[in-house]
Design a binder for this molecule. Sequence first.
Ligand code: TYM
Length: 332
Amino acid sequence: MTRIFSGVKPTGHLTLGNYLGAVRQWVAADQEPDEALFCVVDLHALTVEHEPARLRRLSRQAATLLLASGLDPERCTLFVQSHVDEHTRLAYLLECTATDGELRRMIQYKEKAANAQAAGDGVRLSLLTYPVLMAADILAYGTQEVPVGEDQRQHVELTRDLAVRFNQRYGHTFTVPRATHPAVAARVMDLQDPTSKMGKSHESGAGIVYLLDEPEVVRKKVMRAVTDSGDGGVVYDREARPGVANLLDVLAACTGGEPGELAGGYQGYGSLKRDVADAVVELLRPVRERHAELAADPAEVERVLRAGAGRARELARPVVDRAYAAIGLLGR
Ligand code: TYM
């Protein structure tokens, strides 16, 4: 039985990138006889400027959307990070395992710290230590597989390094996990700027498809997607034609085809965009519908999260206690 853990950060509304890069893989894993845990990682949302009421709203919405996407609370454990103290308990030990230099090298830290500085905000210390908390999220559960989008690869690598280092120094304590990525759409790009990732916290939403966008809004965003100049027809070339490649990736992810082959079926960008828009609208329709039903019963979502936190605590506590003992702290 494979132990799976992954999480989503409630810093904004969930996007098509989150869905294709991660959530859809979680739903697939959830069908297997695995022990799978999925987490709304709310503490991670505190690493950048935030507004408390919005964070509460987004955390509830993220949990509701995960259920709406098809995660079955009978088969997997869905919970909120801040409800399980083991994450922060373990993070401190891992801060004592990681080095300052290692964390400063993280690409996401460099990008987000630069954004915070440009906005005139201070860079929160937690933004630097974020990947250590993420490592704790993963290692606390003896996780073997971490289904994530491409942008999390470096963080999972760091998690592996920390697990190996801790085990070497203090004796075998942690399972060394590995990242898994979807075959296509592991990095969905912004429709307005296909050289940057479709990210939920971007200021302008024009290039971002949100899971809860109305079908007409989705259609408009896709039809206005930036495509590439050049008259070589529709070809799949991520370097030279990033806009078109992104649309082909999304289409392939929605319809199950292969991006390079799909390209051959199109003469022009217009018909490609129409098919992508249709495919995305159909993919998201059941998610939006189910979300509306579940959002009408917030008490049920809360019940699921509470039960999930109880189960998560049971799994994490012995692992974290073991780490406390191994590193030389006296038992309580
Ligand atoms: P987050 O909240 O940014 O994204 C959640 C998941 O969605 C994937 N993703 C994408 N995949 C493809 N294309 C995109 N444009 C795109 N944008 C996001 C992400 O790779 C991720 O899998 N640090 C993590 C959250 C986290 C976590 C964890 C993940 C905290 N602890 C432990 C796994 C295990 C993050 O910020 O994800």
